[in-house]
Design a protein around this ligand. Sequence first.
Ligand SMILES: Nc1ncnc2c1ncn2[C@@H]1O[C@H](COP(=O)(O)OP(=O)(O)OP(=O)(O)O)[C@@H](O)[C@H]1O
Ligand SMILES: [Mg+2]
Length: 377
Amino acid sequence: MKPDNPFLVKGYISPSYFCDREKETKALVSSVTNGTNVTLFALRRMGKTGLLYHVGHQLAQRNIQFIYTDIFNCENTKDLALKLGSSLLQQDTTPKTMVQWLGDVFRSVKPVISYDSITGAPELSVEMITHKQGLRTLDDIFAYLKRQKKKYVWAIDEFQQVTQFPEKNIEATLRTHIQHLHNVNFIFSGSRKDMLAAIFSDARRPFYQSTSMLELKEIEEKLYRKFITKHFAAAKQKLTTEALDTIMELSENHTWYVQMLCNGLYKRKLRSIQPAHVSDVLYALIQQYEMVYFNYRTMQTPLQWKVMKAIAHERKVYAPNAKSFIKEYDLGTAPSVNRAIKSLIEQEHISLIYENVNTAYYRINDVFLAHWLRSLN
Ligand SMILES: Nc1ncnc2c1ncn2[C@@H]1O[C@H](COP(=O)(O)OP(=O)(O)OP(=O)(O)O)[C@@H](O)[C@H]1O
Ligand SMILES: [Mg+2]
């Protein structure tokens, strides 16, 4: 499929619209085909989901069945069972095998299948499901997988969500199931490093050291520049070096923001792209999101909002407790700044980034939001 715009801002189509990630793809494919489960971590919008699909694309060529499930919206074990069950249904059945399959995996509940009117993909809903039925459904999903002759790789995205379930033993339940499966490997992915670290690096928890960890950083800039230039050139749009510099600077080479700027520029069908065009696109995007940003403000205490603005202005804050920082932005006391930071991290507005073992800094997660914050007085 050829998209109207080669700079995708959601989803995955094929390697032609996917830049680099060769090392990460190789590492992931090699781990999961050699029996090691992996935890993939990255900041929001760095390209985790895209990479998972890219890996799935490579695995399909090796006859390994790839399954992707996003559990962001799951609040408890039964939601999880349904979500896992329906992605297995979508990706592992043909109309012919579906009835048998339903008997195997959803025998504890009453499934209702409908078909997406556009894609024709089967969608599943179930009537009434209790926690117990959820657990039984999980048992059935894993028993079904175990009986299959083929190999699977199952990517569970936003996995940190399980830490929010009211049922505290879900990690142990999953771990037990996973341990007994030899034809299925898993990639657990998410954006909350603290939560994922709690699951996989805490000696008291069931998943302790059970996976190898992979952190996804920015795409190598040289390769990204080449990718961008190539796609503009193919559409006979000349991208000046200065404009490309501006794209990389304004997006901070953070994948989704790079894609958004390029996508917006591409749509304008300009013959020759100049730095001012890039700023125009950024301005238009920020205007488009301004309502959302205002809404963020109403959800913060005045101090949290001040801290966000201060971090946006500084871009990187190494020592938020430093007297000079607190004084310059009038933030009160160190403990109150710490509390504000904790809350902003929980809301995913800021992240603590490790440069190396000894140095770490805070930054605003959303690159466009940071531009907007800097534009306020
Ligand atoms: N290597 C790549 N080359 C080109 N585009 C990419 C690449 N990786 C991701 N993208 C695009 O960048 C955007 C963000 O990527 P993606 O959704 O994979 O990020 P994410 O880390 O899963 O984000 P979130 O934290 O919001 O789930 C998507 O539009 C995706 O199509
Ligand atoms: Mg994602």
